[in-house]
Design a protein around this ligand. Structure first.
Ligand code: NAD
Length: 492
């Protein structure tokens, strides 16, 4: 009998009320890893009620902030204790390389530590009141019940970005991982339980987005929803959240420009252009999927890139030789295949890839070859829409002004990069990019201390950094008259 992954509701591990389960698959070979309980409306309502009761009636929200911080330090320590197991589960469930999963676990412990340290530094401020004999202060309070909905590409990392600040600020939680990748979220729930969090504060529900996720977005008992995922789901959640005007934070997709000027350190820019887009088979919200190359070096750069791309080693994430694993699912690979067809129809030039690998050892996995389209123009769908796979589009530019316009010509605004040894020029360009993160002479770094999020349709709000904690708070102004006396406004 396959083990069944349970949900964690009001301090108990439970199966779905319907007894239904879903097979969780390894995308490298399509083998079933576990059966996960498949929650439905009844299960998620129970979780929301537990979180509501814990917020309204338990002592959690008034627990001193330094105590909440200590609990987060404890969770970080448990994650470090079990990091090898967590990394293996992440690779098993997502197909990403073990080395990447291991790096994720280090980052995840760091995120918990960062918010642990910030928990008791979230104090309010005194206001210089314009009214004599008064005291005016602004305090931050938890929002209440938070609903956290996760994507499949960085399952535990995305969970940590939400759980740590939500708990640091004193909220209660109902969390839902992607139905494709629940393994590490279930495991971390065990660690949170082991750390001794009181019952009802943290609740885990498993199941489909359009059922479990939809109830979370609709529920009048939820005060705040933090969602990471695709743009269409994000728009749907925003509409549902309007029912009780719950606060929302949306971390959505990207179509991120990677700008290479002719005066950049070309070897480094070339090497990192590969990493920018093909890391985790391109299934990264900040993937540098649009490469913009200055005219003078364009042809040389593209030629070199093709040589390197042909050598990328696809394989089992557990194999040390593997540089990139499979895609997450058959659907995700079909989406990539549709976009490759669209690219060809639009007249982009397919330079490499554009098909599944022929290697029979990869036949059972959802593999797709790293792909490059050159001669792309800004009006093409493959340049405008997020493909979320190993597909790079290349555009050519001749001036600083032109490349700024090209880079900004998108509905997205998550991240971008500028490569140049002329730092003043790089800064000038960076300042004009309408994106939540801009890297100069680098691609992909993010860390707990700096905010992460998107301009335009890449999202609403920010995770990480001080702002990442403030998102999980409400601001309250408390005014005190220190010498109250009658106003005598009404004479009678
Ligand atoms: P998705 O939108 O399909 O699903 C995300 C989550 O939403 C899943 O848990 C899913 O079950 C749930 N969901 C689906 N329908 C729902 C509904 N009607 N109501 C409530 N919840 C629902 O996204 P995905 O395919 O899992 O993830 C890929 C996307 O995530 C990409 O667009 C990527 O760019 C984005 N992403 C963004 C960031 C960021 O930081 N901005 C990080 C990672 C991923």
């Amino acid at each position: 009998m396959m083990p069944i992954q349970k949900m964690y509701i009001n301090g108990s591990w439970v199966e779905a009320k319907s007894q239904k389960t879903r097979e969780i698959m390894n995308p490298f070979n399509q083998e079933v890893i576990v059966e996960a309980s498949e929650g439905n409306e009844e299960d998620v309502q129970a979780a929301i009620s537990a979180a509501r009761k814990a917020f309204d009636q338990s002592e959690w929200k008034t627990t001193p902030a330094n105590e909440r911080g200590k609990l987060l330090y404890q969770i970080a320590a448990l994650i470090e204790r079990d990091q090898e197991e967590l990394a293996r589960l992440e690779t098993l469930n997502t197909g990403k390389t073990l080395i990447e999963s291991e790096a994720d676990m280090v980052d995840i412990a760091e995120v918990f530590r960062y918010f642990a340290g910030l928990a008791d530094k979230n104090g309010g401020e005194m206001i210089e009141s314009p009214i004599p004999n008064s005291i005016s202060k602004v305090v931050r309070e938890p929002i209440g019940v938070t609903a956290l909905i996760l994507p499949w590409n960085y399952p535990l990392l995305q969970a940590a970005w939400k759980i740590a600040p939500a708990l640091a600020a004193g909220n209660t939680i109902v969390i839902k991982p992607s139905e494709l990748t629940p393994l590490t979220t279930v495991k971390v729930t065990e660690l949170i339980e082991e750390a001794g969090l009181e019952k009802g504060v943290f609740n885990l529900v498993l199941g489909a987005g359009n059922i479990v996720g939809q109830v979370m977005a609709d529920s009048p008992l939820v005060d705040f929803i933090s969602f990471t995922g695709g743009i269409e789901t994000g728009k749907n959640i925003m509409t549902s959240a309007s029912g009780n005007l719950k606060k929302i934070a949306l971390e959505l997709g990207g179509k991120n420009p990677n700008i290479v000027f002719a005066d950049s350190d070309l070897e480094t820019a070339l090497d990192q252009a590969l990493n920018a887009v093909y890391f985790h088979a391109g299934q990264v919200c900040s993937a540098g999927a649009r490469l913009l190359i200055e005219d003078g070096i364009h042809d040389w750069f593209v030629e070199q890139l093709v040589v390197r791309v042909k050598k990328i080693k696809l394989g089992d994430g557990f194999d040390e030789e593997t540089e990139s694993g499979p895609m997450i699912s058959a659907e995700q690979r079909q989406k990539v295949e549709r976009y490759v067809d669209i690219g060809k129809e639009e007249g982009a030039k397919l330079l490499v890839g554009g098909k599944r690998p022929e290697d029979p050892t990869l036949a059972n996995g959802f593999f797709y070859l790293p792909t490059i389209f050159s001669d792309c123009t800004a009006d093409m769908r493959i340049v405008q829409e997020e493909i979320f796979g190993p597909v790079l589009t290349i555009e050519r530019f001749t001036s600083e002004k032109e490349v700024i316009a090209l880079a900004n010509d998108t509905n997205y605004g998550l991240a971008g990069a500028v490569w140049s040894t002329d730092i003043q020029k790089a800064e000038r360009v960076a300042n004009q990019l309408r994106m939540g993160t801009v890297w100069i002479n680098d691609f992909h770094p993010y860390f707990a201390q700096a905010p992460w999020g998107g301009y335009k349709q890449s999202g609403i709000g920010r995770e990480l950094g001080k702002t990442g904690l403030e998102e999980y708070t409400e601001l309250k102004h408390v005014y005190q008259n220190t010498q109250p006396e009658p106003l005598n406004w009404f004479k009678s």
